[in-house]
Design a protein around this ligand. Sequence first.
Ligand code: MGD
Ligand code: MGD
Ligand code: SF4
Ligand code: MO
Length: 771
Amino acid sequence: MTDSSKTLCPYCGVGCGLEVSPPAVAGKPVNRDSQGYPMWKVQGDRAHPSSQGMVCVKGATIAESLNKDRLLYPMMRESLDRPFRRVTWDEALNAIVNRIQTVRFTQGPEAVCIYGSGQFQTEDYYIAQKLMKGCLGINNFDANSRLCMSSAVAGYIQSFGSDGPPCCYDDLELTDCAFLIGTNTAECHPIIFNRLRKHHKKNNGKVKMIVVDPRRTATAEAADLHLAIKPGTDIDLMNGMAHLLMRWGYINTVFIDECTSGFPAYADVIRHYPPELVARKCGIRVNDLETAARYWGESQRVLSMWSMGVNQSSEGTAKVRTIINLHLMTGQIGTPGAGPFSLTGQPNAMGGREAGGLAHLLPGYRSVKNAQHRSEVEKFWGLPEGRISPTAGLSAWEMITSLEAGEVGFYWVAATNPAVSMPDLERTKKALLRSPFTVSQDAYYPTEMADYSHVLLPAAQWSEKTGIMTNSERRVTLCSAFRNAPGEARADWEIFAEVGRRLGFAEQFKFTNSAEVYAEFVQLTRGRPCDMTGISHERLTTEGPQQWPCPDGLSGNESSSFGEAIEGVGVLGVGETHEIQPQKAKPKTQETSSRLYTDLSFHTPDGRARFGAYHSRGLAEPPDPDYPFVLTNGRLYGHWHTQSRTGRIEKIRQMHPNPFIEIHPRDAGKLGIEDESWVEVRSRRGMARFPAKVTQAIAPGTVFVPMHWGALWADRAEANALTHPEACPDSLEPELKACAVQLVPITADRAATDTLLQTPKSSILSASPSL
Ligand SMILES: Nc1nc2c(c(=O)[nH]1)N[C@H]1C(S)=C(S)[C@@H](COP(=O)(O)OP(=O)(O)OC[C@H]3O[C@@H](n4cnc5c(=O)[nH]c(N)nc54)[C@H](O)[C@@H]3O)O[C@H]1N2
Ligand SMILES: Nc1nc2c(c(=O)[nH]1)N[C@H]1C(S)=C(S)[C@@H](COP(=O)(O)OP(=O)(O)OC[C@H]3O[C@@H](n4cnc5c(=O)[nH]c(N)nc54)[C@H](O)[C@@H]3O)O[C@H]1N2
Ligand code: SF4
Ligand SMILES: [Mo]
């Protein structure tokens, strides 16, 4: 493994192409990380159509995280109060297989659960589905996408009859109006933002950018119009915009008549959202609401984009459908530069959806509730009819409540860190402590989840295993291994397959490499909306990334215009991303990428897209006199989730050294809170404390904390100590974005005697036990 190779950034759903070259290049000293390990050089892949050579700070620094604090060997312990001891793979796998068998036959298969991740490659997802839903006949496989994309999935399915973001990144440069709602694109999808921002700047005044977010984020700073709505009032806002579009006659009646159903019920609902009422509920000016509606109505092509400010809500599916409604009423879909574009969070959450990686799905955009779908998959897997259960398995949060109730006998967690990322963390941790047998399969040690595990399995991660990832625009890229896995680490799919074989399913898991796994999986997509039968590891190696749908024999990728050289970019700060100027970017044509629904025919039985008529229900836990503030939370540009990688990269630690809480000066003044003074934040479920950042960037009555600091990285600065698990009834996605809190300033006296408060701990590295 000495040549440079092309791959995909393993962080966010933008899916930037990377080019990696080995640490040692003839005639030059070996490139090393801060611990002296040889370090691969990473740069943007100029030929990758999604990113055109650009990368953000996370992609650019990824190589630095690859050697530090790796989990090298399987580890086991009999109970959570005992130390881990190193074991062989054989011992660990035997323990797992024995445990699964015991639980199946004593408690029933429903007591077996796997909790996976959008950071799996598609092959990992597929093998886990085959093992659980097929061989074991239990649908208890869910993924952290339940906390992330499941509202978008449910919204697309309900409105269009199928999941699948219909847009592509070329639309970023073809739109007249970008409507960004509940997304801090500048920090969380920086290269998408970069492309959009350039287009916006170049067409100053002609192309509009609207941002809807209670915070004035870096994204909002760039907008023509920032609507700082009160958290949870998105449906009011969008129904109010629809009301005005209707009043002003900006609706596309031909499209509504010929391509949709359900408009009358929707029109009935939006009648109740006159501008004055809506502006008051949202906490914005009528003028601004009117401007938003006018920008939308007057634009030829409107592209809306959203992520967690929309999805992580107790009415997440309704919010998604309400965005789609605006597109349907104005006919803004199926054409270049227009459409409802859900920005995917994790690098392969899209692949997870294709492979059926949620508890109610089956591979190929199928549902466990559909008898024909089950039968097709059973036949394909060579399993008896009726093996796949017709009921949805436990969702991520239901696994926690089932652990709490003593109903789970085996909990296998892979590529996710629920001891930080799950809502209502005190309750989550208590439930995890009740688990009789937890496996954590991760690339790093320690992680917060290791504390709650009986078995640790070392996972080979990106760069060490070969597999597929699909990005937000349905573009499929092969990530080839270019380094050896450290210690005894193995690819996730290999671990699942080996357990399958040891459970007696030798026939189902005969694969010798991930290309074979993928080749089998794509056959299950034949004739489905996400048809990928034309894609293989081999084709991706020779032809580069492909977009689906891509049936055999047909190209899903006519995008060759970026094969031309575009000057690459280095490491960027958040404010800088939009400054990138590709020097030789060829102008793109409208045909460079594939879009869905260009024929205006949808996947519903009558081919029509469905309006969803929703009144706003607001927050599940609104503020009240006892808990008067709304706490929201989210991400920072440099950090990735629970910091397992980014917390180990010096540059990023310096960029974001400590957690903090954003408070509006008016609220801070009332409470006597000064900038950098400590604040205790309490919700009905838990407590956390942060130094205050007094800023006008947050609306009065709302406070913001980052989600990145779990128990390993700071003392009691966990956002999820405060959040609640109330979820959207359709998507089961918890309302991680809002809960009611009270703020208690920590007096100077107390701060002076409390050592925890003097030194915010953002370093655990020295405390890491070595294995
Ligand atoms: N740097 C970085 N990038 C990432 C990640 C990361 O960890 N770090 N993670 C990736 C993943 S998995 C995901 S899911 C995405 C998430 O990407 P985003 O969704 O963009 O990120 P967040 O910061 O979680 O939340 C976005 C915004 O929602 C706003 N918000 C809160 N409540 C409401 C509301 O009621 N209405 C509206 N309209 N907005 C609201 C918040 O103020 C916040 O600015 O990022 C991906 N990219
Ligand atoms: N309060 C609050 N909570 C949230 C959110 C929020 O906005 N606010 N966002 C939610 C969302 S959208 C998400 S996506 C989740 C993310 O939350 P998590 O999934 O818990 O966070 P990560 O830190 O990404 O955890 C991934 C783990 O997988 C490991 N890993 C990396 N690569 C591999 C691999 O190839 N194999 C294996 N086995 N392990 C690997 C990493 O070391 C890491 O420990 O958090 C959710 N929780
Ligand atoms: S935007 Fe940054 S984190 Fe996301 S894929 Fe691109 S380089 Fe990676
Ligand atoms: Mo996510």
